[in-house]
Ligand binder design. Structure first.
Ligand code: PRP
Ligand code: HPA
Length: 174
């Protein structure tokens, strides 16, 4: 942490979450959606986002992971599948980061096959690089387009630590 670069301050991230909340509200306010937080990384973004969504919704979580405290992703592993029913419902998936996109695309695929009417996605960060699993895939709601470095804070970890950092930081040299 002492050597990390702060890419986005708490004030900047807070303002972005407010803007994303307005965009989500405009689209989903009368849809009665089920909002799934993708654990663990989505926890802080989802928490700060949800209090700004002033319309009826149900909230739950799912846990799919492929980094497991490493800095390179592997195969996706489902630790917890959704337990709240969302058949014929609008679903909003909330996660911290769209990096290569494997995680979010697999979750969308799962929700669609399980009967969701529409699957919407919100991410705090969309990392900009050429390694996307599908370059045409975009999240519906994006807080910040961030540079191609290994980042932590606001739910994102570096080797399991500093998810609690109140800002977006980049690991020195990564
Ligand atoms: O776009 P991708 O390259 O697939 O990576 C993005 C995913 O990776 C992180 O989760 P992680 O696998 O670290 O699980 P965790 O949040 O439980 O640590 C992050 O929270 C996203 O869910
Ligand atoms: O840059 C990252 N930081 C933390 N977690 C991540 N999961 C995918 N990319 C990242």
């Amino acid at each position: 942490m002492n050597e990390a670069d702060c890419l986005h301050s708490q004030a900047e991230v807070d303002a972005c979450i407010g803007r994303v909340a307005e965009e989500i509200t405009a689209v989903l306010h009368d849809c009665n959606p089920v909002v799934f937080c993708v654990m663990n990384g989505g926890l802080i973004f989802a928490g700060q986002l949800l209090t700004r969504l002033n319309f009826p919704l149900e909230q739950s979580y799912l846990h799919a992971t492929r980094y497991r405290n490493e800095t390179r992703g592997g195969d996706l592993f489902w630790k917890a599948k959704p337990e709240v029913s969302f058949i014929d419902r609008d679903v909003l998936i909330v996660d911290d980061i769209l990096d290569e996109g494997h995680t979010l695309m697999a979750i969308i695929d799962f929700c669609k096959h399980a009967g969701a009417r529409n699957v919407h996605t919100a991410v705090l960060l969309d990392k900009q690089h050429e390694r996307k699993a599908d370059p045409s895939f975009k999240a519906d709601f994006v807080g910040i387009e961030c540079e191609d470095r290994y980042v932590f804070g606001y739910g994102m970890d570096y080797k399991g630590y500093w998810r609690n950092a109140a800002g977006i930081y980049a690991v020195k040299g990564m």
